[in-house]
Design a protein around this ligand. Structure first.
Ligand code: HPA
Length: 244
């Protein structure tokens, strides 16, 4: 099997089932990654783990050095990436604690360093991004669900954060065709594509998106749903590594 990197998001700062062999701080031309790369083994497979928001969790979505993170994973030997990300659920099939493997995305973020091809005018490249997630890796994740009920598709909206959305913004995202909303999907996915590393997302629904239920969204509610969703995600990953 290819060496797999797992990028852990909110609710997954550490992978406790990983038999850690070593950790390495990797310097990049783009600065420091969010954390050291953690090398280890899970279900007999070689894994590299990176905590997207740092460990402990401290870097806001718009402040993450995505270019350094992806570059470091490439340097570390990652041949494919599974990005675990907490999201809000917009459409009825995306209730709290559900896992979804999105197949499309819309990027609403702004002002982030979002390409490796900006330094030198001669190096401008227009990369195909028709299908933002790797087909094979997505299918392998979907096949690993076993008795977990997961959503095998979904459109991921990437907002800027760190604030949550207004109810009207969520209605707009829904009209745009989005099922899920998170803050870190981009530019992570395109940077992986630019580095030619297959990338797929395992989205864990933490809450109903703004305006989808009465009242405000609380961090307590988010953390509680994430606990269940991340437990299921670990099961999904375990099965993924056992069966591939
Ligand atoms: N919106 C954006 N990002 C999120 C949400 C949300 O409701 N929940 C978890 N990440």
């Amino acid at each position: 099997m290819k060496t797999t990197a797992i990028i852990g998001g909110s609710g997954l700062t550490e992978l406790d089932s990983l038999n850690i062999t070593h950790e390495k701080e990797i310097a990049t031309p783009y600065g420091k990654p969010s954390a050291a790369c953690v090398f280890g083994e899970l279900a007999g497979q070689k894994i590299i783990f990176l905590a997207r928001h740092g460990n402990p969790h401290r870097i806001a979505p718009h402040k993450i050095n995505y270019r350094a993170n992806l570059w470091a994973l490439k340097q570390a030997g990652a041949e494919q990436i599974i990005a675990v990300a907490a999201v809000g659920g917009i459409t009825p099939q995306m209730p709290p604690a559900k896992i979804a493997i999105p197949n499309q995305m819309i990027d609403y973020s702004y002002g982030r360093e979002h390409t490796y091809f900006a330094e030198d005018e001669n190096a401008v490249k227009h990369i195909d991004f028709t299908m933002p997630y790797d087909k094979t890796l997505r299918q392998q994740l979907i096949n690993s669900a076993n008795d977990l009920t997961i959503e095998a598709t979904g459109v991921y909206a990437c907002t800027q954060g760190p604030r949550l959305e207004t109810a009207a913004e969520i209605r707009r995202l829904e009209r745009d065709g989005c099922d899920l909303v998170g803050m870190t999907g981009m530019p992570e996915a395109i940077l992986a594509r630019e580095l030619e590393i297959p990338y797929a997302c395992c989205a864990v629904v933490a809450n109903w998106a703004a305006g989808k239920v009465e009242g405000e969204i609380s961090m307590d509610e988010i953390m509680q749903n994430l606990e269940q969703g991340m437990a299921d995600t670990k099961q999904l990953l375990q099965q993924f590594f056992l069966s591939n």
